[in-house]
Every structure is written in structure tokens, then in C-alpha cells.
Design a protein around this ligand. Structure first.
Ligand SMILES: Cc1cc2nc3c(=O)[nH]c(=O)nc-3n(C[C@H](O)[C@H](O)[C@H](O)COP(=O)(O)O)c2cc1C
Length: 197
């Protein structure tokens, strides 16, 4: 049973995200996502955060991509959001697991038709031997599905990060920035600490 106070960082996250959606030009939900491979080599890329609540933070991708290969060997992820318009940063860390099929299907259905065809056509992170090959694959799947339903490819799904730590950073005067670190405890509460800037 999660305590009431377990909601605190999620509520704060929602408030900051709502403000960013209002103020930030461009994509407020664009987030840097770090993985490490089995040799411990880090890599970073942007993804779009498509869901967040007490169960975690959700993003979608191709399961054959480099990031997904990393996650098969080590499912620990770090996420970073930075909004220039607000001068605020949020860091999130924890393990990820695949979302269930129904959730992935529902999100896939909500995407524009072209993006669903693109998901079928892209072998994300593999070497593309000429742009024409991708155009051909797009045309092939567009013809295959016609005007009918486009199912979610089994190599495309979402991950949910279950946060173990969430840090809120906001700019202060004279570099005396505010940092508040929430660390999940085994009894479903958060330890809250202020860190030196
Ligand atoms: C703003 C932005 C949002 C992106 N969102 C996603 C996303 O939600 N899912 C995804 O797979 N790639 C997304 N990408 C592309 C990734 O950054 C990356 O190029 C791709 O996922 C391949 O990464 P990988 O080779 O490390 O797996 C996005 C890129 C940008 C710049």
C-alpha cells in the first residue's frame, strides 16, 4: 500500500510539467535518456515522455534499437529533463520494465497513421543502406495495410521506469540553486533531502 506522501514527487513533477507545457517553446516532454551497455559504456538519446504517474515514467521505442539492446543487459536508466524557459531540471533514476501489451497497443493506436507505418518500416539503430530502402519499406507497409487497421509491431513497445530517485533542481540567485532529492524507501515512502548546489 503506497502512503499518501508517496505521491508528493509525482504531484510536483506534474506541476512542473504543466508549467513547462505552457512556457517551453517546443516539446516540454522531451527527455534525455541514458543507458549503459554490458561493458558499462554509457549512451544518451532523447525520447518523448508519454506517461507519468505513481506507477512510473513511460516512453516508447523500437525493441531492436541500441537503447533496447542496452536495456536487455542492464535495465537501469537515468532520465533528464531541462526546461530553458523555466531554468529547471529534473533527474530521474531507476529500473525499467516493458509496459503490458494492452497499454502499448492503446498508445500505438493513438499515433498518426504515418507514424504507425514508420514504426513498421524502421529497423531503428541498424545501418540504413541508402535512404531509398527506407522509402521502399514505408511504401511496402502502406500498401500492405491499405486503409485497414495497423497493428502494433511486436518489435515496438514501451518501457516504464519505476523511479528510485527523483531530483528537482531550480535555479537560485548567485548559483545557490535549490536541489531536492526524493529517494524511494522499501516501505513505499520517500526520503527527502536537500543537496548542496
Ligand atoms: C526530441 C526528440 C524526441 C525523440 N523521441 C523518441 C522516442 O520517443 N522514441 C524513440 O525511440 N526515439 C526518439 N527519438 C530519437 C532518439 O533520440 C534516437 O535517435 C533513437 O531512439 C535511436 O536511439 P538508440 O540508437 O540509442 O536506440 C527522439 C529524438 C528527439 C530529438
Amino acid at each position: 500500500m503506497k502512503s499518501k506522501e508517496f505521491e508528493v514527487p509525482f504531484r510536483r513533477f506534474g506541476e512542473w510539467m504543466a508549467l513547462a507545457e505552457e512556457k517551453e517553446p517546443g516539446l516540454a516532454n522531451a527527455v534525455s535518456m541514458a543507458t549503459v551497455d554490458e561493458q558499462g559504456r554509457p549512451s544518451l538519446r532523447m525520447v518523448l515522455l508519454k506517461g507519468w504517474d505513481e506507477t512510473g515514467f513511460v516512453f516508447y521505442t523500437n525493441l531492436g534499437s541500441r537503447k533496447s539492446r542496452d536495456l536487455e543487459g542492464n535495465n537501469r536508466v537515468a532520465l533528464l529533463l531541462y526546461w530553458k524557459s523555466l531554468n529547471r531540471q529534473i533527474r530521474i533514476e531507476g529500473p525499467v520494465s516493458l509496459v503490458d501489451d494492452q497499454e502499448a497497443d492503446d498508445y500505438f493506436k493513438s499515433r498518426p497513421r504515418e507514424a504507425r507505418i514508420g514504426a513498421w518500416a524502421s529497423r531503428q539503430s541498424e545501418v540504413l543502406d541508402g535512404w531509398f530502402k527506407l522509402e521502399k519499406a514505408v511504401a511496402k507497409y502502406a500498401a500492405k495495410f491499405g486503409i485497414g487497421e495497423i497493428p502494433r509491431p511486436d518489435f515496438w513497445s514501451g518501457y516504464r521506469l519505476k523511479p528510485e530517485a527523483i531530483e528537482f533542481w531550480s535555479q537560485g540567485k548567485f548559483r545557490l540553486h535549490k536541489r531536492e532529492l526524493f529517494t524511494a524507501t522499501p516501505d513505499n515512502r520517500w526520503r527527502v533531502e536537500t543537496l548542496y548546489p
